[in-house]
Design a binder for this molecule. Structure first.
Ligand code: NAP
Length: 250
């Protein structure tokens, strides 16, 4: 069972996962691109079960590692230090931010398969990519709670997926196995399960400030496992540019 969770990337998703992990009794080792000293504030907030390190050290000392950085930096994930480990990939492809990746634009490869190709000796499991960072934190619930949500996971290694399922359970979520990394497009941006189902309907006509307040203060909508299965099961494969067009319309 996971005792120490490593985080490569300690921003909105990494920081949120670290908070959930510490609350669940795990130790966390945070890392980012600028160096451990820049994470002092977050480490102080999280308390004695948290510390900061370099990405390589976070990978080496942790039982399970979350890669949660912009996808354009995936080649900088320390492949040697991550060899033999289960690596959770939360990353999504946003071409405007990540620069174009031809295989992803063509839809011949999923973003997590690309990450797995770089981390050839690790077991990559896609998870936590399809919920926004605020709901990820506020919608977590203990096992058996009537308003507990489920999240899709995907990966090529069954044992790795079982380990990630246990981690999700501890952090406050049920897991729905949606298949291999090749099938993980079913939870990528623009698909029916992506972000929207976990969010309440957004009122029209809000100012930027009101929208921000609404985003932070509005509780999430519980999305049980059956609904995740239904949404991922009915997803239709699109190219990244078509998926982007869908997102722009939402
Ligand atoms: N935000 C969301 O709601 C959300 C939801 C689901 C999935 N995601 C996905 O999850 C990933 C992380 O998103 P985020 O919103 O948490 O991003 P973020 O807030 O911008 O944080 C990114 C983190 O990655 C670190 N980083 C960047 N390059 C790195 C490198 N080469 N080595 C180590 N650390 C590096 C950054 O450190 P420095 O600041 O030191 O550069 C920062 O801590 C993205 O791929 C995103 O698409 C985001």
């Amino acid at each position: 069972m996971t005792k120490t969770l490593g985080l490569i990337g300690s921003g909105m998703i990494g920081g949120g996962l670290a908070r959930l992990a510490v609350a669940a009794g795990l130790d966390v080792v945070l890392s980012n691109s600028r160096g451990p000293e820049t994470l002092a504030g977050l480490v102080a907030e999280l308390g004695e079960h948290a510390r900061a390190a370099t990405p390589t050290e976070a990978a080496q000392v942790s039982d399970l590692v979350v890669a949660t950085i912009p996808l354009n930096a995936y080649r900088r994930l320390p492949a040697a230090a991550l060899a033999g480990k289960v690596v959770i990939d939360t990353m999504n492809y946003y071409p405007e931010r990540d620069n174009r990746i031809a295989e992803l634009d063509a839809g011949t490869l999923t973003s997590s398969a690309l990450v797995q190709r770089h981390l050839a000796d690790s077991h990559v499991v896609k998870a936590f990519n399809s919920i926004d960072f605020r709901r990820l934190f506020t919608s977590a619930r203990p096992a058996g709670a009537p308003d507990r949500s489920a999240l899709p996971i995907a990966g090529d290694d069954e044992a790795a997926k079982a380990e990630v399922t246990m981690l999700l359970d501890r952090l406050g979520y049920d897991a729905v196995d949606i298949g291999t990394l090749a099938e993980s497009w079913r939870s990528e941006p623009g698909t029916p399960v992506y972000v929207q189902p976990y969010l309440a309907a957004q009122p029209e006509g809000m100012s930027q400030d009101e929208m921000q307040r609404w985003f932070f203060e509005t509780p999430g909508v519980p999305v049980p496992a059956g609904r995740v299965k239904e949404l991922t099961g009915t997803a239709v494969r699109r190219s990244a540019s078509e998926a982007r067009a869908t997102l722009a319309r939402d």
